[in-house]
Design a binder for this molecule. Structure first.
Ligand SMILES: Cc1cc2nc3c(=O)[nH]c(=O)nc-3n(C[C@H](O)[C@H](O)[C@H](O)COP(=O)(O)OP(=O)(O)OC[C@H]3O[C@@H](n4cnc5c(N)ncnc54)[C@H](O)[C@@H]3O)c2cc1C
Length: 385
């Protein structure tokens, strides 16, 4: 399907109903046979390599990677359909999420032929998981301030520095690291480069950081003068800033930026259908559903723009800002509108899901770029000074 950007969104979607039906049947079977227990924020916390392998077996990983690199040569819109269903059903997609979402397109765009052949088939077959090495203790929103340094030894690089909030680094097979190769932190956007670093590595220490629920999904990663081969450089030396901006476009633009808590809404709706809803609960459900639908249309437009080969940065920033706010509002609305008491243990799966969602709400508007930063991008994109 060719997307020009002028079509009606319904027309764009109608071509993929068969795929959607297939994914739904797969997920129903998986959840009915104990393949997974639906949960919120499953794209960050639901790490299940077995599930990832089964998804890969259906051809739903590396969908947009060309077949010559082990992928399936399909469109971002088809990938959107699969992602949306996985997220709405709370499937455990965390193991492959980062690799499939942003590392595959980044390696495709910037990688050497050797890197493409080395990493892309593993991503498409659900065997190669990645971590994102951007943030540092003094460089989160202000990524240009990274201090991690890579020194050129001719046939290798020596990397020294500390990354933080590195999701899944303890389980990943590789990490893409943003480091300064030239100049000083004051040089800002120039002198930065990216590296694909295989993990584990004897001189890279990965220390768990525990979140409020006691789980350790992210890490502090310390590079103690870690040597990596010259071939680990991703793209051009000094072009790291532009490459990272391209990678962030993929990181920020997907439906996970408004669907993290959708499994809670679905579970609550099923609960109300079974037990009966008050007029107030109906109103809350209707309001949340209307907001989700509007967000879905915006998110679908982002996928359509990507399919057309355009860069919908401003729209993606807008969807992430409004969407991640919605994710938290949804949790609070369900909590306030029901007699449910959030409990981390016990037999009530809805109460457990609510507890998990409440504890995760603070991260929604931070990860992948805070809402304040996104609003800056939107304002600049709209020409507001
Ligand atoms: C769950 C989770 C997972 C993450 N996973 C990863 C990962 O895998 N890899 C990775 O590299 N990073 C990861 N991060 C880090 C994330 O990208 C950063 O937390 C985020 O970019 C903010 O950076 P910071 O924490 O340094 O906050 P800061 O930049 O210190 O910001 C603090 C506050 O100041 C505000 N602020 C900062 N600058 C401005 C400005 N110019 N204008 C207005 N307000 C501003 C921010 O909005 C924020 O509210 C993760 C974060 C979370 C919460």
């Amino acid at each position: 399907m060719t997307v020009t950007g002028t079509e009606h969104l319904d027309g764009i979607e109608s071509g993929f109903e068969h795929l959607r039906t297939e994914v739904r049947a797969f997920l129903s079977h998986e959840s009915a046979t104990g393949g997974f227990v639906p949960d919120t924020d499953s794209w960050m916390t639901g790490f299940d390599p077995g599930f990832s392998a089964r998804v890969a077996g259906r051809g739903w990983l590396g969908m947009t990677i060309p077949t010559e690199y082990g992928g399936h040569g399909r469109s971002p819109l088809e990938r959107f359909v699969v992602s949306e269903e996985m997220l709405a059903h709370g499937a455990p997609v965390a193991a492959h999420w980062i690799a499939d979402r942003q590392m595959a397109p980044s390696i495709l765009a910037n990688g050497s032929e050797e890197q493409k052949r080395r990493y892309l088939p593993g991503i498409a077959s659900g065997r190669s998981f990645f971590a994102i090495g951007m943030s540092e203790p003094d460089a989160g929103s202000d990524l240009a301030a990274v201090r991690t340094r890579a020194v050129d030894n001719g046939d290798s690089w020596t990397i020294t520095g500390t990354k933080v909030w590195t999701t899944g680094a303890h389980l990943a097979h590789a990490m893409v690291v943003l480091a300064r190769t030239d100049g000083q932190p004051g040089d800002r956007h120039s002198g930065l480069s990216q590296f694909v670093v295989d993990l584990p590595h004897p001189d890279i220490e990965i220390r768990p950081l525990r979140s409020i629920d006691g789980q350790a999904h992210f890490n502090e990663v310390v590079f103690h003068g870690a040597q990596v081969p010259a071939a680990a450089l991703l793209g051009k030396r000094g072009n790291g800033w532009a490459q990272v901006m391209g990678e962030l476009a993929f990181e920020r633009s997907g439906p996970e930026r408004y669907l993290s808590t959708m499994p809670l809404l679905r579970a609550w709706a099923a609960h109300l259908a079974a037990t009966g809803a008050t007029p107030g609960q109906r109103q809350t459900l209707g309001t949340l559903t209307a907001r989700a639908w509007a967000l879905r249309r915006m998110s679908l437009r982002v996928a359509a723009e990507l399919t057309a080969g355009r860069k919908p940065d401003v729209l993606a920033a807008m969807v992430k800002d409004v969407g991640s706010t919605f994710e938290g509002d949804l949790v609070e609305a369900v909590r306030a509108s029901s007699a449910l008491v959030a409990r981390r243990g016990g037999a009530d799966s809805l109460a457990r899901m609510l507890a998990h969602s409440v504890l995760h709400t603070p991260v929604f508007t931070l990860r992948g770029g805070t809402n304040e930063i996104l609003r800056g991008i939107v304002a600049r994109g709209l020409g507001v000074r």
